[in-house]
Design a protein around this ligand. Structure first.
Ligand code: ADP
Ligand code: MG
Ligand code: MG
Length: 939
C-alpha cells in the first residue's frame, strides 16, 4: 500500500502544480476516485440544481500527497486554495467565516471512492469560537441551540482532530446532567449547555496541554489533516483489508467542506435519512426515518427514536411534498435507488448526501423490473445491476438473518440451504424417525451408498469427515438437501448414539440446525426463511435468457431432480449420473450382486434385473425434460464405492459368527441334555429359540458377507480415483456398459414411438484416447442396429465424450472424429491439471494457499482460467477443427460460478451445466457474460 501511495504522489509532483480543491459547482460528479463518492455526488447534485449547502471538495490526491510528506504538511498552496473557496462560499451564503455577527459554520466530512461506513470521521459546526458563538446567539436568538452547537463542536473536534478520548467528555456531561437532575440531553437548558461547553474546553486543554484553537482557519487546517490521517487509521486500514478494497478501488480520502445547515433550529426544522424505495421489499415508496429539531448525527447515533417518514406527511405536509420531489429528482437523475441524507432548516430542505442504495435481493429484483418497466433503465441495465451470486438468497431456505446465535461448530459449506432437526447417528434410525414424521439431521463421520435411505428421510446431512466432493456432499447436492461436511470439531460415536463437540455432548434426539451455505452448525432450532421463486425473478431471468448466448443446463440424476431443474429454468440436462440411480434401497442389493458375481453368467443375471429399472428411469427423465436434451453419463465411479467399508463388514461378520456359535451352543445343549434325559423337559418349558431355518439364514448371511469382504479386498486400490473406473471399467466389463446403453436406447425408442420429443446423448467418462471411444461406440452401434431392426425405427441420439483427462484435451482433434459432443468435467480436470487431490487440498493446504495469495481462489469452485481454462480453450479449437459443429459444454461444479461462466462464454462453449438450484444464477451470469463480452479480460 505505501509504495502505491508513493508512486502516485511522485506522478503528481512531476505533472506540475495540481488542482487539489474543487467547488461543488465545478467538480466532476463522475470522478469518484478523485473526489470520493460523497464529494462527487455533492458536486453532481449541486450541478443538477438540487438544494445542497454550498461547499467544496479537497481531492484524494491532496490526501495522498499529504500522507506521503514526511513532515506531514499539507501540499503547498492547498490552504490558499481553501481560502479562495471559502470566499466563494461566503459570497453564496452571505455569511463570513469567523464573522462575529453572521458567522459561516462548516462541516468537514471524509469520503473515499468506496463507502466505508463509520470508518472515518466528520466534524460539524467548525468555525465556532467565543466570538462567533456570540454572533450565532445574536443571529438565532437562541442561546440553547447555540451552546448545543458549540459543545458538539468542541467534543467532535477534540475527539477527531485532537485525539481526546470520548469518555473524558462524557464524564463531564454526566456531572452536569446530574446536577441539573435530568436524564435526557434535550432536557438541559441553555445555561446547562454553556456549563458543558466550558467544561469541554477545559477537558481539551487538560488533555492536549494547549488551549482549544479559536482561530477558524487553524481549526480548519487541523480538521483537514485529521480527516486525511484517518485514512491510515487502524480502523480504516483493517476495514480495507477485510473487504479487499485495493488502491485501484479507492486510494485516499477526499475532504468535503460544507456550509452547516441546522435541523435543530426548532420545530420547523428536522433531519433524516431516506431510501427512494423500500430496500426490504423494493416497493416504490419513500422509506426512511426523521427527527424533528435534531442534528443529523442524532438519527444515526440512536439517542432519540426517529419516526417513520410517512408520519412527516401529516406532521409537515409541505416538507413532505418537497421531500417527495427530491426523491423523484434523485431517481430520475441517478436511475438507481438512492440512499440519501437531508436536513430541513426552518422549512428549507437541503440534501446532504446521496449514494446508490444497498438492498436485499428481493428488493433488487423487484426494482430492476419496475425501473425497467417504467423506462428509467433499459433491460440490459436491469440485468447488470444484480450480481448473479445475490440470487442465492432467493433459491434456498436460509437462516433468518434477524436471529443471531453463536455456532456450535463449523465445517465446509457442502450443499446450500438451512435445515433443523433431531440428530441421529445412523441411517436406519433416521429412516425410522423420519417415517414417524419427525424432522431429523443425519450426523455421521462420513456417509456411504448404504446410508442413502437415511438421506431421503433427513432434512439435512452433517459429517465430520470429507470435503465438498465427499459422498455426503455430492449426494446431498444431487438431492438438493443442505449438507455441512468435514466438521472436524465433531466426534461421532455411533455406538453411544452421541456426538461430542468440545465440552458439549449431543445425544440422539437433540435439536440442531445446519447451514450448508456457510458450513455452520447451531444448537437448537434456528428459524429459517423459505426460498421464493417470485414472478419478478421469473421475468428477470426470461430477459436474461433472451440476451445470453450460452445455454444453461442442470446436473440432475433422477426424474425428481429433472423436474425440479425444469422449474429452475434448466434448458436441458448436461450431466445425468447413472450410478446415482443405483443408490436406491431396492436397487443397491442388485448392484452388489452384480459386483460380487464371479462368472459372466451371474453378472449378466444381475444386469438383466437392473436393465428394466434403468430403462424406466431414463424414460422418466427424458419425458420430464422433453423437448430438451439429456446427457447420460455411463458408469463412472470405481465399483467398490457401492460396497460398504471393510471395517464395517469385518465387524458384522464377527457378530454373525458369534450368533452362529450361540446356535451351535444351543444345539449342543440339547444333545447334552439327552444324556441326562432332561431334553424333553426343556423342550416343553422352552421351545427352541432357533429353528433349523433360522440357523440356515445366519449361515447364508455369513457366506454373503464373506464374499463381500473378499471382493472388497480384491477391489482395493491404492488410488481409486486414478484407478479402475469410468471407461476403463466399461471396457473390462463390457456387459455393464452394454446394459446401460441398451437401457438408454430402449428408453429412447419407447419415447420416440410414443411421440415424445427427446434429445438423448450418451457420454463416456474418463476417456484418454480415441480408441477407448471407438470401442464403446462399437457397442452403441451394435445395440442400436439391433433395436432399430427389432422395432423398425430410426433412433435419434448423440454420442460423445467427457473431457476430464489432460491427454483427452491434447487429443481433442482425434476424439472429435468419434465424439459428436464434448463436456468438460472440470472437477477431475482441475485435479489432474494441478495434481491436487481435491479432498486433501481443501482439507489441508488450500486455505493456507489462499491466505498467502499463492492461489486467489479455490480452483474447484472458481475455474482456473489461466491453467485449466487454457487447456479448455485449446481443446475447443482443436476439437472443432475436425468437427466444426461439435457441441461443447461444461458440467463441473465451476459451471455454475459467474466468473467461470464468463470464461466459458469467451471460449465459445455452447452451454454450462450446474446443480438445479444454481441454474437461475447461471442464467443471469450467462447474460452478464454476453453483455460484458466486449470488455472481457482475464489473466
Ligand atoms: P458519514 O459518512 O459517517 O455519514 P457524514 O459526513 O455524512 O458522515 O456526516 C455525519 C452526519 O452529519 C450526517 O448525519 C450528516 O447529514 C451530518 N452533516 C454533515 N455535514 C452537514 C452539514 N453541512 N450540515 C448539516 N449536517 C451535516
Ligand atoms: Mg453520511
Ligand atoms: Mg469425473
Amino acid at each position: 500500500m505505501s509504495t502505491e501511495i508513493k508512486d502516485k504522489a511522485k506522478a503528481t509532483t512531476t505533472m506540475g502544480p495540481k488542482k487539489f480543491v474543487f467547488s461543488f459547482k465545478e467538480g466532476d460528479g463522475k470522478n469518484k476516485h478523485l473526489l470520493g463518492g460523497k464529494g462527487a455526488n455533492l458536486c453532481e447534485m449541486t450541478q443538477i440544481g438540487l438544494n445542497v449547502p454550498p461547499g467544496f471538495v479537497i481531492s484524494t490526491e491532496a490526501c495522498l500527497s499529504y500522507l506521503d510528506h514526511p513532515g506531514k504538511d499539507l501540499p503547498s498552496g492547498l490552504m490558499a486554495e481553501v481560502k479562495r473557496q471559502i470566499a466563494e462560499v461566503e459570497k453564496a451564503t452571505g455569511k463570513r467565516f469567523g464573522d462575529p455577527d453572521n458567522p459561516l459554520l462548516v462541516s468537514v466530512r471524509s469520503g473515499s471512492a468506496m463507502s466505508m461506513p463509520g470508518m472515518m470521521d466528520t466534524i460539524l459546526n467548525l468555525g465556532l469560537n467565543k466570538k462567533t458563538l456570540k454572533g450565532l446567539i445574536g443571529q438565532t436568538q437562541n442561546e440553547r441551540f447555540s451552546f448545543d452547537a458549540y459543545r458538539r463542536f468542541i467534543q467532535l473536534f477534540g475527539k477527531v482532530a485532537l485525539g481526546v478520548p470520548d469518555e473524558k467528555f462524557d464524564e463531564e456531561f454526566e456531572i452536569v446532567k446530574k446536577a441539573a437532575g435530568v436524564k435526557e440531553d434535550v432536557a438541559l437548558n441553555a445555561s446547562d449547555l454553556e456549563d458543558v461547553s466550558h467544561r469541554f474546553l477545559k477537558v481539551v486543554e487538560e488533555n492536549t496541554g494547549q488551549p482549544f484553537p479559536d482561530d477558524e482557519y487553524e481549526q480548519l487546517e487541523i480538521a483537514i489533516k485529521a480527516v486525511f490521517n484517518s485514512w491510515m487509521g487502524k480502523r480504516a486500514v483493517d476495514y480495507r483489508r477485510e473487504f479487499r478494497i485495493t488502491p485501484s478501488m479507492a486510494n485516499g480520502t477526499a475532504v468535503n467542506v460544507q456550509t452547516m445547515v441546522f435541523g435543530n433550529m426548532g420545530n420547523d426544522s428536522a433531519t433524516g435519512v431516506g431510501f427512494t424505495r423500500d430496500p426490504g421489499t423494493g416497493e416504490n415508496v419513500m422509506f426512511g426515518e426523521y427527527l424533528v429539531n435534531a442534528q443529523g448525527e442524532d438519527v444515526v447515533a440512536g439517542i432519540r427514536t426517529p419516526k417513520p417518514v410517512a408520519e412527516m406527511a401529516r406532521e409537515m405536509p409541505q416538507m413532505y411534498a418537497q421531500l417527495e420531489g427530491l426523491r423523484q429528482k434523485l431517481e430520475q437523475h441517478y436511475r438507481e435507488v438512492q440512499d440519501f441524507e437531508y436536513t430541513i432548516e426552518k422549512q428549507t430542505l437541503y440534501c446532504l448526501q446521496t449514494r446508490n442504495g444497498k438492498m436485499n435481493t428481493t428488493a433488487m429484483v423487484r426494482t430492476s423490473i419496475e425501473m425497467a418497466n417504467a423506462g428509467l433503465i433499459n433491460k440490459d441495465e436491469a440485468l447488470l445491476r444484480i450480481k448473479p451470486e445475490m440470487l442465492d438468497q432467493l433459491l434456498y431456505p436460509r437462516l433468518d438473518p434477524k436471529h443471531k446465535v453463536e455456532p456450535l461448530a463449523q465445517g465446509l459449506p457442502a450443499s446450500p440451504g438451512a435445515a433443523s432437526g433431531h440428530c441421529v447417528f445412523d441411517a436406519d434410525r433416521a429412516e425410522q424417525l423420519g417415517r414417524s414424521g419427525q424432522k431429523v439431521i443425519l450426523v455421521r463421520e462420513e456417509t456411504k451408498p448404504e446410508d442413502i435411505h437415511g438421506f431421503f428421510a433427513s432434512q439435512g446431512i452433517l459429517t465430520s469427515r470429507g470435503g465438498k466432493t465427499s459422498h455426503a456432499a455430492v449426494v446431498a447436492r444431487g438431492m438438493g438437501k443442505p449438507c455441512v461436511a468435514g466438521a472436524e470439531g465433531i466426534s461421532v460415536d455411533v455406538k453411544l448414539r452421541q456426538a461430542v463437540i468440545g465440552e458439549k455432548v449431543l445425544r440422539e434426539g437433540d435439536y440442531i440446525t445446519i447451514d450448508g451455505g456457510t458450513g455452520m452448525v447451531y444448537e437448537g432450532e434456528v428459524p429459517t426463511v423459505e426460498p421464493e421463486f417470485s414472478n419478478d425473478l421469473k421475468t428477470l431471468l426470461s430477459w436474461a435468457d433472451k440476451v445470453a448466448r450460452l445455454k444453461v443446463f442442470a446436473n440432475a440424476d433422477t426424474p425428481d431432480a429433472a423436474r425440479r431443474a425444469v422449474e429452475f429454468g434448466a434448458m436441458g440436462i448436461g450431466l445425468c449420473r447413472t450410478e446415482r440411480m443405483f443408490n436406491d434401497v431396492d436397487r443397491l442389493p442388485i448392484v452388489i450382486d452384480m459386483i460380487l458375481a464371479d462368472s459372466l453368467e451371474d453378472r449378466q443375471a444381475a444386469l438383466d434385473r437392473l436393465e428394466p429399472i434403468q430403462r424406466q428411469d431414463f424414460k422418466e427423465v427424458f419425458k420430464a425434460m422433453s423437448p430438451r436434451p439429456v446427457t447420460v453419463r455411463l458408469l463412472d465411479p470405481p465399483i467398490h464405492e457401492f460396497l460398504p467399508n471393510e471395517d464395517v463388514v469385518v465387524a458384522e461378520l464377527t457378530h454373525l459368527n458369534h450368533l452362529k456359535t450361540t446356535i451351535d451352543g444351543v444345539n449342543n445343549l440339547y444333545s447334552s441334555l439327552r444324556l441326562i434325559a432332561a431334553e424333553q423337559e426343556l423342550k416343553e418349558k422352552y421351545p427352541s429359540p432357533f429353528t433349523m431355518g433360522g440357523a440356515d439364514l445366519v449361515r447364508q448371511a455369513i457366506t454373503k458377507k464373506e464374499r463381500m469382504l473378499k471382493k472388497i479386498k480384491e477391489l482395493h486400490e491404492v488410488n481409486p480415483m486414478l484407478g479402475h473406473r469410468g471407461v476403463r471399467l466399461g471396457l473390462t466389463y463390457p456387459e455393464i456398459y452394454k446394459m446401460q446403453i441398451q437401457a438408454i436406447l430402449e428408453a429412447t425408442a419407447e419415447c420416440q414411438q410414443e411421440g415424445i420429443e427427446i434429445y438423448p446423448e450418451i457420454m463416456v467418462p474418463q476417456v484418454c484416447t480415441a480408441v477407448e471411444l471407438e470401442h464403446v461406440k462399437s457397442y452403441v452401434d451394435e445395440i442400436r442396429e439391433r433395436i432399430e431392426k427389432e422395432r423398425n425405427i430410426k433412433l435419434k441420439f448423440k454420442f460423445g465424450s467427457m473431457i476430464e483427462v489432460v491427454r483427452a484435451c491434447m487429443k481433442a482433434e482425434k476424439l472429435a472424429k468419434v465424439a459428436e459432443f464434448f463436456s468438460f468435467g472440470t472437477n477431475d480436470l482441475t485435479q489432474a491439471t494441478f495434481s491436487f487431490s481435491r479432498e486433501d487440498a481443501e482439507n489441508k493446504f488450500l486455505p493456507f494457499y489462499q491466505q498467502m495469495n499463492i492461489l486467489l481462489d479455490n480452483p474447484f469452485e472458481v475455474l482456473d482460467v489461466g491453467g485449466v481454462g487454457k487447456l479448455m480453450e485449446i481443446t475447443v479449437q482443436w476439437g472443432r477443427r475436425s468437427r466444426p459443429d461439435l457441441k461443447i459444454g461444461i458440467c463441473g461444479e465451476q459451471g455454475g460460478q459467474p466468473d467461470s461462466i464468463k470464461f466459458c462464454h469467451h471460449i465459445g462453449l455452447d452451454y454450462v451445466s450446474c446443480s438445479g438450484p444454481r441454474v437461475p444464477i447461471a442464467r443471469l451470469a450467462a447474460a452478464h457474460a454476453k453483455l460484458g463480452e466486449a470488455t472481457y479480460t482475464y489473466s
